[in-house]
Design a protein around this ligand. Structure first.
Ligand code: SF4
Length: 110
């Protein structure tokens, strides 16, 4: 993610009720086209959602942070949670049956 996209995401996250896209554009100091591209990147990554709103006579988008990939999504494969989370066994990942089984559930060949 580019630095300006991270800044945009930070501004969107900070807005308790979201932020208007035209306000975001002003805060980033970019033109409308550049702002639209930044927002498109964040939408595609599912970091933000948007809805069309009218403020005064101006139509714009209200942007809200949606959280992106859910917090634990990357720790689950084949319906099972990563066996390493909370594990206190002697660790040899190359020989660990639980880890290998879990990795196979990801569809990765070993
Ligand atoms: S690789 Fe196996 S032993 Fe090591 S932390 Fe993961 S589950 Fe535990």
């Amino acid at each position: 993610m580019e630095e300006i996209e991270e800044r945009a995401l930070g501004l969107i996250r900070r807005g308790k009720d979201g932020i208007l896209q035209n306000q975001l554009r002003l805060e980033l100091g970019v033109d409308g086209r550049r702002c639209a591209r930044i927002v498109r990147t964040l939408l595609d990554a599912k970091f933000v959602g948007r809805e069309l709103v009218t403020t005064g006579s101006v139509r714009t988008y209200l942007l809200r942070f949606t959280g992106g990939v859910r917090k634990y999504e990357l720790l689950i494969a084949g319906g099972k949670f990563d066996p390493c989370v909370g594990c206190i066994d002697e660790c040899d990942p190359a020989r660990c049956a639980r880890l290998n089984k879990w990795v196979r559930a990801l569809g990765v060949s070993l």
